[in-house]
Ligand binder design. Structure first.
Ligand SMILES: *[C@@H]1O[C@H](CO)[C@@H](O)[C@H](O)[C@H]1NC(C)=O
Ligand SMILES: *[C@@H]1O[C@H](CO)[C@@H](O)[C@H](O)[C@H]1NC(C)=O
Ligand SMILES: *[C@@H]1O[C@H](CO)[C@@H](O)[C@H](O)[C@H]1NC(C)=O
Ligand SMILES: *[C@@H]1O[C@H](CO)[C@@H](O)[C@H](O)[C@H]1NC(C)=O
Ligand SMILES: *[C@@H]1O[C@H](CO)[C@@H](O)[C@H](O)[C@H]1NC(C)=O
Ligand SMILES: *[C@@H]1O[C@H](CO)[C@@H](O)[C@H](O)[C@H]1NC(C)=O
Ligand SMILES: [Fe+2]
Length: 440
């Protein structure tokens, strides 16, 4: 017992000390932050063989990956499911893994793919032949579809408030452009995060990409990056021809969603760049008239926080997204909300993507309060408040984007704008695109 206790404190203390040292070496943040609300540690209160931290994500056209953790090492990686409560007509088996991080050893992390599933349908399921029943609704196969978009989530009272507001209105798919748990090497916080989000992430697919808080490496002593993130939040990267969990793309209801990696190579010689080129070349605007991209460190940002951090990636990849007429780009990282106009190469351009920073999910670091003055004419709305965004794609040509600021009881719609898809804008498709576009 003493031994176990001591192991636990070392597990906590070593990475925290390392983290503090690393933060110091990064220097002085010159922007101010509003005090954040308290961290919520969500305790494990089921039995060791019961599933915990259940979450789901889309795989391919009609499958879902179910992920969960058990303390018990011999628990089966099996999901039973069906369309009636308590009646499981089908089951599927998968695999499990675990990882070590300094003295921390994770529970068994189970991954099971289920399907084929019908679109827009509620399924009931149970993991590992044990524990409670869960349910989810699959996204529709055609428009309309509603995405929730929120970055830099963390696990504070603000996070809980954001998730409660998200849940108060139905939606289909949750998109998270990086910075999930803010465990920052303290691995038990990954487990706590999994339990905090389970009521939401077990009901709707969560599609995530990585932020800087997922890296969790230390020079020499722990060079491996994204160990916990990759083990716990595997995304369907192979299905889109990617060789890395750090970038992938998927299609859902007439929308092609591209998840980019801000914390892996992106230059013209990188695998990510080549992969992005091939993905964009294959996009069929008849099947997916909408194309959106998500990444962590914003390419456009007028906040003093993290100024210029996305600039190298912008210079490397902006041309590809522009030529492909990507409709929207969402970023996180900056803990505030900011909406830009359509941009290409630092100039307003009606054929460029509309940029949004939505890094205001509720993490422990607080808000990035200081926006630069005078405001840039490219930036149309900016505010340092916690909240979440919603993209409702109504039909092939129209979508409504709204930003919902957290208020004490309700989420208040503070910003909203109708967006027209670039696919329907004839002026944006030049002679060389004629063949691709003339069938529209
Ligand atoms: C951080 O930088 C700002 C502006 O450069 C300076 O005013 C402030 O004193 C610095 N804070 C610390 C703790 O060094
Ligand atoms: C277990 O934890 C969850 C989430 O924190 C909570 O909603 C639930 O009431 C708890 N159950 C018991 C039996 O304590
Ligand atoms: C899983 O499905 C198979 C085949 O339908 C069945 O034989 C088996 O009993 C099921 N297992 C569980 C645990 O439901
Ligand atoms: C999804 O199902 C709901 C209710 O079952 C229905 O109202 C809605 O139109 C469906 N959506 C699509 C896109 O089929
Ligand atoms: C698409 O939705 C918009 C906004 O509701 C509407 O004005 C437009 O007529 C719709 N277009 C089609 C083709 O239904
Ligand atoms: C926030 O909520 C309070 C009451 O709960 C309300 O009086 C206030 O107007 C709201 N503020 C905004 C910006 O919605
Ligand atoms: Fe970040």
């Amino acid at each position: 017992m003493m031994m176990a206790k001591c192991n636990k404190c070392l597990v906590v203390i070593i990475p925290l000390l390392l983290h503090i040292l690393c933060l110091h070496s990064l220097g002085n943040d010159s922007f101010s932050r509003q005090p954040s609300r308290q961290l919520i540690f969500t305790a494990h209160n089921r039995s060791d063989s019961d599933p915990q931290q259940v979450h789901i994500s889309l795989v391919g056209e009609d499958h879902m990956r179910v992920s969960w953790v058990t303390e018990e090492k011999h628990s089966e990686s099996l999901v039973e499911y069906g369309t009636k409560k308590g009646e499981y007509s089908t089951n599927a088996t998968g695999e499990h893994t675990s990882y070590n991080y300094f003295l921390y050893k994770s529970g068994m992390i189970h991954q099971v793919q289920i399907g084929p599933l019908r679109p827009n349908t509620t399924y009931y399921y149970r993991c590992g032949v044990s524990g409670p029943e869960f349910s989810f609704k699959t996204p529709p196969h055609k428009l309309p579809i509603e995405f929730v978009v929120v970055g830099d989530l963390g696990q504070t009272e603000w996070t809980a408030s954001t998730l409660k507001h998200v849940d108060s209105k139905d939606y289909d798919v949750f998109l998270l452009p990086g910075d999930l748990s803010y465990a920052d090497s303290h691995q038990p916080l990954w487990d706590s995060f999994g339990r905090l989000v389970e009521p939401y992430a077990s009901r709707r697919p969560w599609m995530v990409t990585e932020g800087n808080h997922e890296i969790e490496s230390f020079p020499i002593i722990h060079p491996q990056v994204f160990k916990a993130y990759n083990a716990r939040w595997p995304m369907p990267y192979k299905e889109s021809g990617s060789t890395s969990n750090l970038y992938y793309s998927f299609e859902v209801a007439a929308t092609h969603v591209i998840m980019l990696g801000s914390y892996t190579h992106f230059d013209a010689h990188s695998k990510q760049y080549t992969w992005l080129q091939s993905v964009l070349a294959k996009v069929d605007r008849k099947r997916t008239p909408w194309v959106i991209a998500l990444l962590h460190a914003p390419w456009y940002n007028t906040n003093e926080a993290h100024e210029g951090e996305g600039e190298d990636m912008r210079q490397a990849m902006e041309g590809l997204l522009y030529e492909a007429r990507v409709d929207l780009v969402f970023a996180g990282h900056v803990h505030a909300y900011e909406r830009f106009t359509r941009i290409y190469d630092n100039k307003a351009d009606s054929c460029g993507p509309l940029y949004v920073t939505i890094g205001d999910g509720g993490n422990r670091e607080g808000l990035a309060l200081t926006f630069k003055k005078p405001p840039s004419p490219l930036s149309l709305y900016r505010e340092p408040s916690f909240g979440h965004g919603r993209l409702r794609i109504v039909n092939e040509t129209h979508a409504f984007w709204s930003w919902h600021r957290n208020n004490d009881t309700d989420a208040f719609i503070a910003d909203g704008v109708w967006i027209e898809s670039l696919r329907s804008s004839k002026a944006c498709w030049g002679a060389h695109d004629q063949v691709a576009h003339e069938e529209l």
